[in-house]
Design a protein around this ligand. Structure first.
Ligand code: ADE
Ligand code: ZN
Length: 341
């Protein structure tokens, strides 16, 4: 390991933008498909991996949703979630806020209760056995209707104590945040926090809508905010977090190549940017790989890496005392590694 790899591997960090269905590693997918007697469209792990070449978000989503089709039993959702938590525990991720897409499963006849129970059980067990804390964000699929989102919100209410926030994901272009204004307003009224994917492929106007109509407390991605200087000013003023996903942006061709990634510019402008993995099984890396790719391409300093790690805790849904404890861990790490790595 190089010095910078060691520094990144050891730094305490939080993940704030992660789709649990996007952690479905091909090996586990084949195992679960076998035990559920489902035939995949690919004959081997290698053949499946070879299909992971995407020209845009939609090409990825088509493969991602078809992979999720093999998840049937509560145990499948548990295995998926526990595998992810084990992996990021080994990367010094101390806290994670996990998206799940229930409509991807309920639309196939899988009960909402099975999906959320399996995920929740793994989160509890990982807290107990690994000491990793996690929270759950229910994400509505924006290519589906407002009516479907309302129905999903209703289904979620018996499990409200397991859910921290609501989000919005899937095909962005043509599905503006405005389409979900009333559902988000209801979620806020019920006391939930809300976040939304915006400005990944969609224009800066979608980021404005997420702020002004949905009242989000974070923007997922937000890359295209940089096209609008007034929006940048607003995001800086509000210190509104952006959950940025470098390897995802590279794989989905949101950026031309990693040297053109906007993360460093975001930091230099004083925006509250964080690094996340989005769908690590599909995009070639978990948290440390994302930090490393962007650090090497943009020549980020250790101070900037530490800033990103502190931003991740500051932007989380942890309470204020927990945030301070975590940020102190990053500061202590900086002191203890100074002159060594
Ligand atoms: N669902 C999973 N990953 C996503 C992404 N990067 N953008 C929108 N929806 C998603
Ligand atoms: Zn995402």
């Amino acid at each position: 390991m190089t010095t910078i790899e060691k520094f990144i591997a050891g730094i305490p960090k939080a993940e704030l933008h992660l789709h649990i269905e996007g952690t479905f590693e091909p090996e586990l997918m084949f195992e679960i498909a076998r035990r559920n007697h489902i035939k995949l469209n690919y004959s081997s792990v290698d053949e499946l991996k070879a299909a992971y070449n995407f020209n845009n978000l939609q090409e990825f989503l088509d493969i991602y949703y078809s992979g999720a089709n093999v998840l049937i039993e509560e145990q499948d959702f548990y295995d998926l979630t526990y595998s992810y938590l084990l992996r990021i525990h080994s990367q010094n991720v101390l806290h994670t806020e996990i998206f799940f897409d229930p409509q991807t499963h309920t639309s196939r006849g899988i009960l909402f209760s099975k999906v959320i129970s399996g995920i929740h059980r793994a989160m509890e067990e990982a807290q107990e056995k690994l000491g990793i804390s996690s929270q759950l964000i229910l994400s509505f699929l924006r290519h589906l209707s407002e009516k479907d989102a309302f129905k999903t919100l209703e289904e979620a209410l018996p499990y409200r104590s397991w859910i921290t926030a609501f989000g919005l994901d899937s095909s962005e272009k043509g599905n503006p945040p405005a389409k979900f204004e009333r559902v988000f307003s209801k979620a806020c009224e019920l006391g939930f926090s809300v976040v939304a994917h915006a400005g990944e492929e969609g224009p800066p106007e979608y980021v404005w809508e997420a702020l002004n109509l949905l009242k989000v407390s974070r923007i997922d991605h937000g890359n295209r905010s940089l096209e609008d200087p007034i929006l940048v000013e607003e995001l800086v003023k509000l210190q509104l977090p952006l959950t940025v996903c470098p390897l995802s942006n590279q794989k989905l061709k949101v950026v031309k190549d990693m040297t053109k990634h906007p993360l460093k510019t975001m930091l230099e402008k004083g925006m509250m940017a964080t690094v996340n993995s989005d769908d690590p099984a599909y995009f070639g890396g978990y948290m440390n790989e994302n930090y490393l790719a962007v650090t090497l391409a943009l020549n980020l300093s250790k101070q900037q890496i530490a800033q990103l790690a502190k931003n991740s805790f500051a932007s989380s849904f942890l309470d204020e005392a927990e945030k301070l404890t975590m940020i102190e861990k990053v500061d202590n790490y900086l002191v203890s590694t100074s002159g060594i790595i």
